[in-house]
Design a protein around this ligand. Structure first.
Ligand code: ZN
Ligand code: ZN
Length: 263
């Protein structure tokens, strides 16, 4: 399993020099398991992934499963800028998202509607299939995917990807403190090899003024990893106001409590 982070920022892209070590693009993670490509969220990092796939596949068609956790801008803004959607009819993208608030197909049409974008989804030549993914499990060849709701305004889906090479869990945009969702995220993370988890705020910021905003912090990430038996913790979805120096301190502190934490 190979995991690549194309955007780790929450809320809004932040391309200032003081943020460039961790990066300023919004949420997008790519997982390769054998020949299969899985993509989690389509923030502005999704555009750079599209460029990379264009170089790598060149004249060969690309197929990928794309999981969209929810439809806030930082998770969809890269979609209209993802080259492989426009390039060729042989490309195929299988989109998985919950329809509870709205279908992803409609979200894409609306985000590209006049006057917000110069072209509409009819310009996308690639085959696009949309699957309604609610809580539960689906099988994609030899890979199983579990989905569970997390605690976030308008909802957010967390995902657990079980491959023969390992278990990857993507759980972002989740606020602690609700018994049902706290249990959901621990169940998703149980025994995982890698847990990617929302660490938008510092614990003290969260306690002082960010309750109810739908996000978490590194201290809760460590609670989850310890209680669920997940192995490697990757802190993710960083606040736009946290520069590289601030994030360096987060990882230093987090490692005092759990050495296998990275950013
Ligand atoms: Zn977000
Ligand atoms: Zn959100």
């Amino acid at each position: 399993m190979r995991i690549r982070f194309w955007g780790v920022r929450g809320s809004v892209p932040t391309p200032q020099p003081e943020n460039l070590r961790y990066g300023g693009n919004t949420s997008c993670v790519e997982v390769r398991a054998g020949e299969q490509i899985f993509i989690f969220d389509c923030g502005t990092g999704f555009r750079c992934l599209g460029q990379q796939l264009g170089h790598e596949f060149n004249s060969r068609p690309v197929t990928a499963h794309i999981f969209v956790s929810h439809f806030h801008w930082d998770h969809i803004q890269g979609i209209p800028f993802f080259g492989p959607l426009y390039d060729r009819t042989e490309n195929r993208f299988l989109f998985h998202a919950s329809k509870r608030t709205r279908s992803l197909k409609r979200v894409m049409e609306e985000q590209m509607a006049s006057p917000y974008f110069p072209v509409n989804t009819n310009e996308m030549k690639a085959q696009r299939d949309f699957y309604d993914l609610e809580e539960g499990q689906i099988e994609l060849d030899d890979v199983a995917v579990q989905a569970a709701w997390l605690n976030h305004p308008q909802g957010c889906m967390g995902y657990r990807l079980e491959t023969k090479d390992g278990v990857f869990v993507y759980a972002t945009d989740n606020e602690p403190g609700d018994a049902v969702f706290d249990k959901n995220v621990r169940r998703l993370a149980a025994g995982a090899d890698v847990l990617v988890y929302d660490s938008q705020y510092l614990p003290e910021e969260y306690a002082a003024r960010k309750r109810g905003w739908g996000h978490s912090h590194w201290r809760e990430a460590i609670n989850i990893v310890m209680e669920s038996g997940a192995k490697e913790l990757i802190l993710y979805h960083h606040d736009p106001d946290h520069d590289d120096r601030c994030i360096d301190n987060v990882v230093k502190e987090a490692r005092n409590h759990y050495p296998r934490a990275i950013l």
